[in-house]
Design a protein around this ligand. Sequence first.
Ligand code: ADP
Ligand code: ADP
Length: 234
Amino acid sequence: MAIIEVIDVKKVYNPDEIPVEALRGVNLQIEPGEFTAIVGPSGSGKSTLLNIIGGLDSPTRGKILIGGRDISEMKESQLIDFRLNNIGFVFQSYNLIPVLTAIENVAFIMELQNVSKKERNQRAMELLEEVGIAEQYNRRPSQLSGGQQQRVAVARALASRPKFILADEPTANLDSVSTSNLLDMMAEMNEKEKATFIFSTHDQRVIDKAKRIITLEDGIIVSDVVKSNLTHVS
Ligand code: ADP
Ligand code: ADP
């Protein structure tokens, strides 16, 4: 079963003033294990779509089913809990908590889920190892480079064992080396941890690494391409 079903979603901002039609009827299904890029020009509706899938904003029309559950029907308090346990978020500006160290930033999410201290520290350290910054576990965000902070953010997103991770322009503030390293790491987590990633981007190097590419234009999906699994045999 699809983990995400977007059914005829429309989004109109400022309906009572000068309305902006950000999404004009989007239908989409995401299966477990996908590594999918949402692409399209600036203003095409990428952030709006990710925010609505993540329950951070609500659609004007249509439905979002996550694991078969309609999140647009949920009350805010229910939704907060649902998000915590089902969805991991990565933002372009990292959004780490400045006063917490790398490991504390990752463990914190699990504290909200009432995971024991021993278990959360152990899992946080394992995740920092997997994303390749175990050595910096005790540093605060200001003592880490952008690429390193985004690795912590990915580890944090994985910590709650979410059904999927939404990343809105995760490499927007990274240089090309860090961008390529971050994508390789995410692809590895997709393989090893079976983590499902949906990320928006307009960076061609990021698009090239995706296994499925969904293109938005003017609030509509204009193409949806799944790359073939055929490997080149030489
Ligand atoms: P993208 O992420 O592809 O750049 P967005 O989803 O941010 O696209 O924006 C889609 C459209 O909705 C744009 O025309 C944008 O100006 C508009 N928009 C986005 N957020 C808001 C908002 N909070 N209020 C009004 N208009 C918005
Ligand atoms: P990556 O994602 O490969 O770590 P970065 O851009 O984060 O890419 O960093 C590339 C290298 O430069 C890293 O090894 C990092 O140690 C170093 N570096 C860059 N900026 C900083 C910074 N502000 N503080 C500490 N180290 C930095």
